[in-house]
Ligand binder design. Structure first.
Ligand SMILES: Cc1cc2nc3c(=O)[nH]c(=O)nc-3n(C[C@H](O)[C@H](O)[C@H](O)COP(=O)(O)OP(=O)(O)OC[C@H]3O[C@@H](n4cnc5c(N)ncnc54)[C@H](O)[C@@H]3O)c2cc1C
Length: 250
């Protein structure tokens, strides 16, 4: 979905898929494409028709074989040194007609439904679960009151988020539109995920380091990763805008 000039304002994407014999010719650039270098297929949102003043129209989704001619995948290396992201450049790449997903022009509605899955799924509140596990292991059978209260609070939040996530899955299953509810799960889930490394540091006082104990290694990895949790799948500000609109406040 994302492009160099289109992140939060996704409807402004410019990568163009023009009709040609048997399919579409694609030109443009995608960025932050998770695991494009490992994937057999990517699902991409392109502009199949330019509708002046109506940027949500004329968008379509495609399954794309990233090894096709005209597609270049360039790595974007993260702060942690890992290769997760990519820039994907399309230069006169051909995508066959039967690789279009759904109807031409229905892309905006389709990505909205997919984002509801992405924003409310377990991977939006479980990213730091391994660190919570390490904290519990460290606390062992005699955590002391301060640590017991902190762990109890985190586990209670985890159980609540799981219930909320399951409730959104139920709405999707019934064909309902959970835009507002999914944004709530992601906003709360992200806060929860980002809080865990802070709580561990405050309770144990151990410094994150890649050369330390298991706990310190998990901590070091997550301290570098955690800032990205409130960006991927929609930033905090965008989610709160969706929530405000859903509640009729804007
Ligand atoms: C770990 C990770 C994985 C990702 N994986 C993928 C992927 O696989 N595929 C993909 O397509 N993208 C992916 N992304 C990209 C992600 O979706 C975008 O980073 C995100 O949508 C924000 O877009 P942006 O980075 O262009 O920031 P911008 O949209 O430029 O936003 C910059 C800042 O301005 C704020 N802002 C922007 N508009 C408003 C507004 N209207 N009101 C208030 N504040 C606003 C934002 O909240 C943010 O703080 C990934 C990102 C991360 C961090």
């Amino acid at each position: 979905m994302s492009e160099p000039d289109s992140g939060s304002d996704l409807a402004s994407i410019r990568t163009r898929a023009e009709r040609v014999d048997g399919g579409y010719r694609v030109n443009g650039t995608k960025v932050w494409t998770s695991n494009a270098h490992r994937s057999g297929y990517m699902i991409a949102l392109f502009r199949t028709r330019v509708v002046p003043e109506k940027k949500h129209e004329g968008l379509s989704q495609f399954l794309v074989d990233p090894k096709s001619p005209g597609i270049t995948i360039r790595p974007v290396i993260e702060l942690s040194g890992s290769h997760h992201f990519n820039e994907v450049v399309f230069e006169d790449a051909f995508v066959p007609e039967d690789m279009r997903v759904g109807e031409e022009g229905a892309g905006w509605k389709q990505v909205g439904a997919e984002l509801a899955f992405e924003r409310s799924g377990p991977e939006r509140y479980l990213s730091c679960l391994a660190l919570l596990g390490e904290l519990i292991r460290e606390a062992s059978t005699d955590p002391g009151e301060r640590m017991a209260v902190a762990i109890g609070r985190l586990v209670a939040h985890l159980a609540t988020l799981r219930q909320m996530s399951l409730a959104v899955a139920g709405m999707l299953e019934r064909g309902e539109n959970p835009n507002l509810e999914a944004a709530l799960v992601k906003d709360l889930g992200t806060n929860f995920e980002q809080e865990i490394p802070e709580v561990v540091h405050a309770l144990l006082g151990c410094e994150p380091t890649a050369a330390g104990s298991d706990l310190q290694q998990v901590q070091a990895y997550l301290v570098q990763k955690a800032p990205s949790f409130s960006l991927r799948g929609g930033t905090r500000e965008i989610l709160r805008g969706i929530i405000a609109r859903g509640l009729g406040l804007r």
